[in-house]
Design a protein around this ligand. Structure first.
Ligand SMILES: NC(=O)c1ccc[n+]([C@@H]2O[C@H](COP(=O)([O-])OP(=O)(O)OC[C@H]3O[C@@H](n4cnc5c(N)ncnc54)[C@H](OP(=O)(O)O)[C@@H]3O)[C@@H](O)[C@H]2O)c1
Length: 272
């Protein structure tokens, strides 16, 4: 076995990626399948999940397998149905990626009341409730040598006061970071790690308004300290680290995958 396999393989693991048919979720699902996992992809558009699972399975280096079906994390009934769909397929869940997310951008003065609950329901309540419901399956997969893994999508907007008109979004992501640390503390002794990604700008459906064309993406990237937007490899590397043997002792981390945005201050106190 190579050191790469020893530390980063997810062969034989069962994984669920919510929102796995598009954007960052698809990057995660692809990396996990290439790493050998059986990956369940679920979002509201079940047919899209099935189609993307077939595309991932057709990759020449698909060591594992993807499966797509419908799942909606915006309501309690939706989360319960998704949990049932997962339980009908497996009795162990080694990896849960709470990736599904939505956003809403509008100026402060006109920010709609409903845009608060709508965003919080998916980004925070959904991830918390699904994690709660998946605990029996996560416990069944967890061992001291190879813990079960929960990874939730936060954002650099949850780590820094970047509002950008997405008030409920940024607040939901800060809450994802906090609940990640709380659950990490509570579940460590059960051999379940709980971590979050805090990405900077990546090209996706959510960010298509600003990164849809190469020119737009370059413009957004030029504002990032490292000079570019994120790529599938940036997500894949972090996913395989946190989900393989190499990440077994890491919990409660909010991993910045943001090209340095969260350490920008915009000024020097005493510099020239
Ligand atoms: N792209 C970025 O720059 C960036 C940066 C930081 C964090 N993030 C986070 O990364 C995650 C993925 O976002 P993305 O950028 O890849 O955008 P995206 O392409 O719009 O992906 C969001 C995914 O969530 C799914 N989804 C939305 N509502 C859902 C629901 N009620 N139930 C189940 N699935 C639902 C969508 O599928 P359906 O429409 O089929 O439901 C879609 O696949 C989000 O949590 C986002 O906040 C993104």
């Amino acid at each position: 076995m190579t050191i790469m396999d020893e530390l980063f393989s997810v062969a034989g693991k069962q994984a669920l990626v919510t929102g796995g048919a598009t954007g960052i979720g698809r990057m995660i699902a692809t990396a996990l399948v290439r790493g050998g996992a059986h990956v369940m992809i679920a979002s509201r558009k079940g047919a899209d999940c099935e189609a993307v699972a077939a595309e991932i399975n057709a990759l020449p280096d698909a060591a594992g397998k993807a499966e797509g079906f419908a799942g909606d994390v915006s309501s309690e009934a939706g989360v319960t149905a998704l949990g049932d769909a997962v339980k009908s397929r497996t009795d162990k869940l080694h990896i849960l990626f709470n990736n599904a997310g939505i956003s809403w951008g509008e100026p402060l003065e006109t920010f709609p009341y409903q845009a608060w609950a709508k965003v919080l329901n998916v980004n925070l309540t959904g991830m918390f409730t699904l994690t709660r419901d998946m605990l029996p399956l996560l416990r069944a997969a967890a061992t001291p040598e190879d813990p079960a893994r929960v990874v939730s999508l936060g954002s650099v907007m949850g780590s820094t006061p970047i509002g950008d008109g997405a008030y409920s979004y940024s607040a939901s992501k800060a809450a994802v970071h906090h609940i990640t640390r709380i659950l990490a503390k509570e579940l460590a002794h059960e051999h379940i790690t709980v971590n979050a990604f805090a990405p900077g700008p990546f090209r996706s459906r959510m960010t298509a308004f600003a990164t849809g064309t190469d020119e737009q993406a370059q413009k957004v990237g030029s504002g990032v300290p490292m000079g570019r937007v994120g790529t599938p490899e940036d997500i894949a590397g972090a996913a395989l680290f946190l989900c393989g043997r190499g990440g077994s002792y890491v919990t409660g981390a909010v991993v910045p995958i943001d090209g340095g945005i969260h350490v920008e201050t915009g000024h020097e106190l005493f510099g020239e």
